[in-house]
Design a protein around this ligand. Sequence first.
Ligand code: PAF
Length: 285
Amino acid sequence: MQTLNQLSALRNCLSPLRAAGKIALVPTMGALHDGHISLVRQARDRAAHVVVSIFVNPRQFGANEDLDAYPRQLARDAALLQAEGVAVLWAPTVEEMYPAGYATNISVSGVSEGLCGAARPGHFDGVATVVAKLFNQVQPDLALFGEKDWQQLAVIRRMARDLDFAQPHVSAILGVETLREADGLAMSSRNAYLTPQERAAAAALPRAMRAAIARIEGGEPAAPALAELERAILAAGFASLDYAELRDADTLEPLPAASPHPARLIAAARLGKARLIDNMPVAPI
Ligand code: PAF
């Protein structure tokens, strides 16, 4: 595996690889867990060469967010990726990604609004901007993202469609199912912020989501089921619920109840220093 942090070196390294087969890109911010490794393995199944990017992107963190605290463990991450047969680790510095004078922002309206977009103003502009740059830098045949960030995936698909990214074409942006711990908590680099006591309480979120989904799939309106979800997680020790909403799985339109289309229950809640997000499918009725 080659670890590169300069764009010129990345381009030199990728052109012979591209001639020899498909390239899959797995964009990450590092602090890799089994969820990331599952993305890498799916990438390997689908492409001759896997490029993983590790870049803690300052543009997607708000002023009072956890940019400085975000876990950084490049040497450990590199060893994991090497063992997974990754061809290239692309780990640019902030200066390489955003050189002096950098002035361009990509803003995707509609799907970026509401949910995490409301709680984290500017976050999805930062995500869309860095992912567009990564697509241009690596020019992959396909790119893989975790479904845990359901809204992020919708934003990236919209951005790729709107900006005519031929490679990856929108059909080659793959969402990979969320991996969960044994108690149901979605794997996330931010779970590292939880104390042991908070970690035990954290499983209340997926549990309450599953309970709400059972009621919604049983034909109840979403509002009372989501009110009960909020009550249950606050009782378990969460500080607050940022949001819990029933949305159309593709358009992210708000839904008052299950519908004939696939839907998604999407939630974010605060526990200790962590803001946990999760989403789960809601079957059509
Ligand atoms: O999901 C993430 O880790 C990040 O938002 C991404 C897609 C790598 C962009 O920085």
